[in-house]
Design a protein. Structure first.
Lengths: 294, 347
């Protein structure tokens, strides 16, 4: 039985890939993403965390781009290129893990809110709406400031404040799926809560989840950089921390454009790539959007 | 008159009107109740969140100061930290309900006074930026959505996607570098920080001075916030384009511009404007960042300073106020939407 369903799934996957491939913007985003993640993964082969060490900077301080330092140096004479490269690991890691956390919370609570009618669902929905209203950046700032700024707490702070929109989306989708007749058939055959939610609802919401997670990674990276810039992150390197350094050392007034431009452009390019990818996924997966965009 | 008098049309309308008004009142009451519950949840959550703080808050605030153990105990008693957790909770709730948000460690002044001083400049900056962002976003979104796939539409979508990907603070840094410090041929014409010059003149010149200080922060906020209004307005106009009444208007021979302005936009406006208020939390986050970069002496900067120090009483107070006002704004938007849109009201 599982053999049949796997063949079917593989076919659906191939169909999906065929459709996704036609979306130029989405493909461009995907290529950039693969490139960025690849570069972040191979970074340890060429450099190590010593590039962020304040005393290891041997070049001239705040030097403009030159042959030795293609992207200039910062206030301690560290190479901006090497720091951006090493920092991509932190920024991407936090982006992915925070989005993952947000997705897990959002999916579990969203499916629960849609599946369990009655008081349990109502309470979960109420809590979701409450979190949805809270200003997420402000809440994340408070959480990070209270829990300390380690990588783990930043991930928690972002994940805990960004799940509600996923939960609403998944709840709506769960309600739609559970209204279908085959759920009734399944119930008649004696399926329990666990079987229905994991075997029927989850596979149905999974594609949508993929699109929403991709977009979530984008906003998590922006949030991470903002938290780091506002000084609640204890991370030594991330693109946000670098920009904090550029602000603290007056790079803007000193005209050290490379120090501000390079980390910022990294954020924008990666975030834009995730956004393009996520939007393309949404369009391919959502028939209503597809006809409109055409 | 026959045995069953046909109710006249005006009477039916009046009846429906009354019913609608009662419905609205009930709706508003339910929403207000919900908002109160939400605010209560915020107060409870804040209490436990700030008790999660690792270590002893008194010791933390005594850092760098010479304090004897007796003084520490006195400070503990003053803050009510010598009592049990339930007692502390009751005291916290009581004080918060009386708008007593405690005393700032850093400023040695009541948090509420500090907030009162700062709130005006925040409202000035956020209000101006919001009005500009909303009008620009709605105007551009309506034009883009009216002709989907046109060059204007593609340009608008591209620009909003890029702006959406730009972190607020980075945009602020760029503007600082280009227009405040000056790059190459561009002279630095705008001040880098604050709301007014140290030697600010009186009268009308003062207004101009503040306006000059506001240009860059305002621009940053508008750029970041307006992108999402554009996208929302675009998609709601897009929803209207295929509707029957638009076809009818076209069949009547109305000019294209007239159909857009007088038929499509008013219908598309409502969901957009509501969403503007629904996402006010996002704007608040932007305000914190912008005020931090440009040292704009508002609530956001107060909150940011509280985090930097860290001054937990001040952080707690500003957090409570910001969250509560966002909840109130959301509820208001909900009720106003209900009031304005008959489609929602009858449902």
């Amino acid at each position: 039985m599982s053999n049949v369903s796997w063949i079917r799934r593989r076919r659906a996957g191939a169909r999906f890939w065929g459709k996704f491939r036609t979306r130029t913007a989405g493909m461009a985003g995907l290529v950039i993403l693969v490139l960025a993640v690849g570069l972040a993964l191979i970074a340890p082969l060429f450099i190590d965390s010593s590039v962020t060490n304040v005393v290891s900077g041997t070049s001239e301080k705040m030097a403009p781009p030159s042959l030795d330092d293609p992207l200039g140096t910062d206030e301690s004479g560290r190479s901006v290129l090497e720091m951006v490269w090493w920092g991509s690991r932190t920024s991407l890691l936090i982006g992915f893990l925070a989005a993952l956390l947000s997705m897990v919370i959002g999916t579990v609570l969203g499916i629960a809110a849609g599946h369990f009618r009655g008081w349990l669902g109502a309470i979960i929905l109420r809590i979701t709406d409450w979190f949805l209203v809270l200003p997420s950046l402000v809440t994340a700032l408070v959480l990070a400031a209270i829990l300390g700024g380690s990588t783990a707490t930043i991930i928690v702070a972002i994940g805990v404040t960004s799940w509600p929109s996923t939960a609403r989306l998944i709840r709506a989708q769960t309600l739609a799926v559970e209204a279908r007749p085959y759920i009734e058939r399944s119930l008649a055959l004696g399926a329990g809560h666990w079987h229905i939610t994991t075997r029927h609802v989850l596979p149905n919401v999974a594609p949508l989840l993929l699109a929403s997670t991709t977009l979530e990674v984008a906003s998590a990276i922006v949030t991470e950089s903002t938290l780091a810039f506002l000084g609640v992150s204890a991370n030594k390197t991330s693109w946000g921390t670098m920009l904090r350094g550029s602000y603290d050392w007056g790079a803007a007034t000193a005209g050290a454009w490379w120090y501000i431009l390079v980390p910022g452009l990294c954020i924008v390019i990666v975030v834009l790539a995730f956004t393009l990818c996520g939007r393309a996924l949404e369009t391919v997966l959502n028939p209503r959007l597809r006809t409109r965009a055409a | 008159m026959t045995a069953t008098p046909p109710v006249s049309q005006p009477a039916v309308e009046a009846l429906e009107e009354t019913r609608a008004r009662h419905g609205l009142l009930r709706y508003a009451a339910t929403k207000a109740g919900g908002a109160l519950v939400s605010i209560a949840m915020v107060i409870v959550a804040t209490f436990f969140l700030f008790r999660l703080l690792p270590g002893d808050p008194v010791r933390a605030l005594a850092q760098g100061r010479n304090m004897t153990p007796e003084q520490l105990d006195l400070e503990r008693a003053r803050l009510g930290l010598d009592k049990s957790l339930p007692e502390q909770f009751v005291q916290f709730v009581k004080q918060t309900l009386q708008f007593d948000l405690g005393t700032s460690y850093e400023y040695k002044r009541p948090v509420l006074d500090l907030i009162g001083e700062r709130i005006g400049s925040t409202l000035l900056l956020t209000g101006t930026a919001l009005v500009m962002a909303v009008s620009l976003g709605i105007w551009q979104g309506a034009r883009a959505g009216w002709k989907p796939g046109s060059r204007f539409d593609k340009f608008s979508t591209a620009i909003s996607l890029v702006l959406w990907s730009v972190p607020t603070f980075w945009l602020g840094l760029l503007l600082l570098m280009v227009f405040a410090a000056g790059v190459g041929p561009i002279p630095g014409v705008f001040p880098t920080r604050g709301i007014s010059s140290v030697d600010a003149p009186e009268g009308f010149a003062y207004v101009l001075d503040v306006a000059q200080h506001m240009v860059l922060p305002c621009l940053t906020m508008v750029a970041v916030v307006y992108a999402q209004y554009l996208l929302v307005m675009r998609s709601s106009v897009l929803d209207e384009v295929g509707q029957d009444y638009i076809t009818t208007a076209r069949a009547k021979g109305l000019r294209d511009d007239d159909i857009r302005r007088r038929h499509a936009v008013p219908n598309a406006l409502l969901p957009t404007v509501t969403l503007v208020f629904m996402r006010i939390g996002f704007v608040v986050g932007g305000a914190v960042t912008v005020e931090a970069i440009f040292s704009w002496p508002g609530l956001g900067q107060l909150f940011y300073e509280a985090i930097r120090v860290p001054d937990f009483t001040l952080m707690q107070g500003t957090f409570l106020l910001i969250t509560a006002s966002v909840i109130v704004m959301n509820t208001l938007a909900d009720v106003v939407y209900h009031l304005l849109d008959p489609r929602v009201r009858s449902a």
